[in-house]
Design a protein around this ligand. Structure first.
Ligand SMILES: O=C(CO)COP(=O)(O)O
Length: 263
């Protein structure tokens, strides 16, 4: 275990689910289910669709909730004629702390490549937002045992041109594509193998101090029943949760992972 104490981060990626009224309900339930102390120990983050962000901001600010929130994507551009895009400045103005960048669904369905992901990471940092940078291999790469190389290459490309100081602020999410929404969770050892390799790569490129500060999440079919074993891995500092984050009780239970027995 590193010398640095990294605060665990559980982030719920709602994907294209829940309208702004449902968003309010879920965040209220979440706030009700987690004590102040639990929210001190673990950073709980919700990542709703863009259209929910204003409602979430109003609720979090109004009730002074210790829940952070962010967006699922960001434009690589600052402003201008980019129909349908949402800028980093707009997200910052809505009080977002985080933004997911390079999710495999965006890479697959919106043809986002590493170069675009790199631009988006820079756009986020320029606006004071923390990127949750997603990397992960598909089934073919995994079966050919190319997963570590694939993920490290995605990481190198996404962080191209950044300083160690900037890298320190980023959260990295390892999400093997074959484990997303499939019910096939990677084993804790699978998760540790890649998260450990990512940290080793960060040590190599930016030094130990930076690498020790970076939080690395695992994502892919995470639920209350498997979170404890995943969190028991030395290089896993949290989870990026899809389906299970749509249920406030389940997500709260994931945030309370310390109360579960690893199995
Ligand atoms: O893609 C994910 C989170 O970003 C994982 O989704 P599931 O938890 O539904 O597998």
């Amino acid at each position: 275990m590193a010398d640095t104490v990294r605060r665990p981060i559980m982030a719920g990626n709602w994907k294209m689910n829940l309208n702004h009224l449902e968003a309010i309900q879920l965040v209220q339930k979440l706030a009700f289910s987690l004590t102040e102390q639990q929210l001190n120990e673990v950073e709980a983050v919700v990542l709703p669709p863009f259209t929910d962000l204003r409602s979430v901001q109003t609720l979090v600010d109004g009730d002074k909730l210790a829940i952070r929130y962010g967006a699922q994507d960001i434009s690589a551009y600052a402003s201008g004629a980019y129909t349908g895009e949402i800028s980093g400045a707009m997200l910052a103005k809505l009080g977002c702390t985080y933004v997911v960048i390079g999710h495999s669904e965006r890479r697959e369905y919106h043809n986002e490549d590493d170069a675009l992901v790199n631009k988006k990471v820079k756009a986020a940092l320029a606006n004071g937002l923390t990127p949750i940078l997603c990397i992960g291999e598909g089934l073919e790469v995994r079966e050919a045992v190319g997963h570590v190389g694939h993920c490290c290459s995605q990481l190198d490309n996404a962080l191209d041109g950044l300083t160690a100081e900037q890298v320190q602020k980023i959260v990295i999410a390892y999400e093997p594509v074959w484990a997303i929404g499939t019910g096939k969770t990677a084993t804790p050892e699978n998760a540790q193998e890649v998260c450990g390799a990512v940290r080793a790569r960060l040590v190599e490129k930016y030094g130990k101090e930076t690498a020790d500060a970076v939080r690395i999440q695992y994502g892919g079919s995470v639920k209350a029943a498997n979170i404890a074993a995943i969190m028991a891995q030395p290089d896993v500092d949290g989870a990026l949760i899809g389906g299970a984050s749509l249920d406030a009780e389940e997500f709260a239970s994931i945030c309370r992972y310390q109360e579960h027995v690893a199995r």
